[in-house]
Design a protein. Structure first.
Length: 359
């Protein structure tokens, strides 16, 4: 049984944690901390930074055990009602031995379900929690969303995270965003208050093939993170660590699932996208899933090339594939409840939750 977290009340504490990159603690991000803290307080929340969240990139890189300790402490603290990842990165897997062999942590997760949100390399954490039976949220992070240097948090993203709050209506659907935004070229203090370059998005949820309406439980994450787990190409020990803790779900868990994937800011070239997609295909999961939803590539880079590769590589025209969803590294981003059963309807242009996503 999947455990669902309760929603967050006004004045509740939410923890900000660095589980992968420690950039939030670097001098270059001090103004992001001020902006993000202010926005969370304006939402009525009380943001607190975990013990090592602001220790800086070098310290965080060298001490995965401290990152793990912070996550454990957040689950053990009854005053913490939600957990927001600072940002992604590329070596979250190093925290696994300190978490998956800690029975006190595992019991705390099961006994004290809490909202947990993040994307990118946080995929590793989502897969870990999925294995432990906790529903988490593939959604915004502190640095890129709450602490973004624009004049306000992007409205579509703000609306999506609003559902975490107990005084807001639960959102039973996700609809396309009418606007998409380019990634910033200037993240410095002198760009504070500058809006992102915006574009109208009239494409909506694009059906590439298969039935226009399909249902299943959500399972997936960052495309590169998923394939790194399988290949160990980024870090030689990642495949072994992921295998030791059975991080990548076994084939039976994919039966009837909707695989969601999105590419990161590295903007991999089409040939590399195809090679990595073949890694997923070789696991056999494409023969088990009920469909796929694919996030908009950041800055719409290789937008059409990825479409063609998806169709040709999957090589099963009956498998529904829907494209251009606002989650992951593109802006704005919505919130996908990990493991929740949903229905994707590309005719009505809506993703519907088929169950309550909070306790």
């Amino acid at each position: 049984m999947v455990k669902k977290a309760p929603r967050i009340n006004k004045e509740d504490k939410v923890a900000i944690i660095s589980l992968s990159s420690g950039i939030l603690g670097d001098e270059s991000c001090q103004y992001n901390i001020e902006i993000g803290t202010k926005r969370l307080r304006e939402m009525g929340l009380d943001p607190v930074f975990t013990k090592h969240a602001l220790a800086g990139s070098e310290y965080i890189r060298k001490h995965p055990e401290k990152r793990a300790a912070d996550l454990k402490a957040a689950f053990l603290d009854p005053e913490i009602k939600g957990i927001i990842c600072a940002i992604g990165g590329d070596d979250t897997f190093r925290t696994l031995p300190f978490l998956m062999e800690d029975l006190e942590f595992i019991e705390a997760v099961k006994a004290n379900p809490k909202i947990f949100t993040g994307y990118s390399d946080t995929t590793v954490n989502h897969l870990m929690f999925y294995q432990l039976g906790l529903e988490t949220f593939y959604g915004p992070s502190f640095l890129t969303d709450f602490g973004d240097i624009g004049p306000e948090m992007l409205p579509y993203t703000m609306n999506a995270v609003g559902q975490f709050l107990a005084d807001q209506p639960e959102q039973g659907t996700i609809v396309p965003s009418a606007t998409w935004y380019e990634e910033r070229k200037d993240f410095s203090a002198k760009a504070i208050g500058e809006s992102r370059v915006a574009h109208l998005d009239k494409k909506g949820f694009e059906l590439l093939q298969g039935n226009p309406v399909f249902s299943g439980h959500l399972l997936g994450g960052c495309f590169e993170s998923l394939t790194d787990i399988l290949s160990g190409e980024r870090y030689a020990d990642e495949k072994k660590v992921a295998g030791t803790y059975h991080l990548f779900p076994e084939l039976s868990k994919w039966q009837g699932a909707i695989l969601f994937i999105e590419t990161c800011e590295e903007k991999i070239v089409p040939k590399e996208f195809e090679r990595k997609l073949l890694m997923l295909k070789e696991t056999g999961l494409f023969s088990q899933i009920a469909g796929m939803i694919v996030g908009k590539p950041q800055d719409e880079c290789f937008y059409h090339e990825y479409q063609s590769i998806l169709i040709d590589t999957v090589a099963d025209h009956t498998l529904p594939i829907a494209y251009n969803f606002p989650f992951g590294h593109a802006y704005p981003r919505t919130v996908l409840p990990y493991g929740a059963h949903v229905t994707v309807d590309t005719i009505s242009q809506v993703l519907r939750f088929d169950e309550r996503i909070f306790s």
